[in-house]
Design a protein around this ligand. Structure first.
Ligand code: ATP
Length: 371
């Protein structure tokens, strides 16, 4: 992918110490960000965390209170939107209902210095790109929601911006269509090589689409990385809890050896091993975090350091997996999704109601968090 090729180049977008205050309220706080050419980069966070405000500053619709924004090596901070090599696709799509698909896409070229035939060629090219060539004469109400989304994308890309900003691009689509459209969006991005910055509150969408993502909270960037980095190596309770589900336990560091820490976890009723992080010392209180899918359920006591006993409280069969609610001796109840057997006919489940079971996990999958 283009983003991988651009890894060694200077960053295409650099956001330096950007803060945005509305009166006394800080919507975006000291944000630093580097994005490479050809990336699909997501700004991920809950409602009100400042992601749209950051996007609008990149587009030039808002001025930063502090800090600077560079695109392709040029300081854009004081330039108006129309002088930036940037376009934005809005969540509502903002298509003109009385215009055909073709005219809507051509509208994106309104202020461009082009001949009529160049313009027509570009519109044709864009409609082919989003696979809507056969729909050029329809009006927005005569096409589906997914097709409307693609018209909006074609219009936004028609000017050939170096950077396309997409605010919740898939939010108006239902779940199935959204999943299919994610891959279309990635294909289109790949074909054009345009850098995309996507705002979303949907963590699965951000993980599917993005080469890298930034998790935001209260105007700050909490962590930046690939989907795998942010999921497997979260740097805070907030990020760990925002991306995927996770169980948190209060624990205390007992000992640290190389990359493994031994921790006392009273709620687990055990002393267990976890992946060490820098700066741990014996006696230090810590949060131990384990994702549900990293736990294995078994009937007999497993080998290895991290074996915890429990009892099946509740059980729900979902076909591909079963949800177990396991009660530990401390009274703590854990939810675990366990993949069902590939063989059908015997007992597909590992355990039944009231069964005494063992839970185990690999030390490398147990996350320690200081805050
Ligand atoms: P959502 O997903 O709900 O759109 P968001 O992360 O995109 O949330 P922003 O729209 O960036 O959030 O808003 C961040 C904060 O800044 C919110 O608390 C919002 O009320 C506030 N805010 C945004 N624009 C303005 C404005 N023009 N004047 C005052 N406050 C604003």
């Amino acid at each position: 992918r283009a983003a991988a090729l651009a890894e060694k180049e200077p960053p295409f977008i650099r956001v330096e110490g950007v803060t945005k205050r509305f009166g006394s309220f800080t919507a975006v706080s000291s944000v630093n960000l580097e994005i490479r050419k050809g990336e699909i980069f997501s700004l991920l966070g809950g409602s009100g965390c400042g992601k749209t405000t950051l996007l609008r500053m990149l587009a030039g619709f808002e001025d930063p209170t502090e800090g600077r924004i560079f695109i392709d090596g040029q300081d854009m901070t004081d330039l108006p939107p129309y002088e930036r090599p940037v376009n934005m696709m809005f969540q509502s799509y903002a298509l003109f209902p009385h215009m055909t698909v073709e005219k809507n896409v051509a509208y994106g070229l309104k202020h461009m210095d082009m001949t009529a035939s160049q313009r027509a060629d570009r519109v044709r090219e864009m409609l082919a790109l989003v696979q809507l060539s056969d729909f050029s004469h329809r009006k927005p109400h005569q096409i589906s929601g997914g097709q409307r989304q693609r018209v909006a994308l074609a219009r936004a890309l028609a000017k050939q911006p170096k950077l396309l900003l997409l605010d919740e691009p898939l939010a108006a689509l239902d779940k199935k269509l959204r999943e299919a459209t994610q891959f279309e969006l990635m294909d289109i991005q790949d074909k054009t090589g345009t850098t995309f910055i996507v705002v979303t509150h949907d963590q699965e969408e951000a993980m599917t689409l993005s080469s890298r993502l930034a998790v935001m909270d209260k105007g700050r960037i909490m962590q930046t990385g690939t989907a795998t980095e942010v999921y497997e190596y979260p740097n805070s309770k907030l990020v760990a809890g925002f991306i995927g589900s996770i169980n948190f336990f209060e624990a205390t560091i007992r000992d640290v050896r190389d990359d493994v820490a031994t921790v006392d976890a009273p709620e687990l009723g055990a002393t267990v091993e976890a992946r060490a992080i820098p700066g741990l010392s014996p006696g230090q209180p810590i949060t131990l975090a384990i994702r549900p899918e990293k736990l294995t359920i078994s009937r007999s006591k497993p080998e290895g350091p991290n074996a915890i006993s429990g009892k099946v409280r509740d059980l729900a069969y979902f076909g591909k997996d079963s949800l177990y609610r396991i009660e530990l001796p401390s009274g703590r109840v854990l939810s675990i999704n366990s993949v069902n057997s590939r063989r059908v006919g015997e007992n597909e489940r590992v355990a039944d109601w009231e069964d005494a079971v063992w839970l185990s996990f690999d030390p490398s999958s147990a996350i320690l968090l200081k805050d």
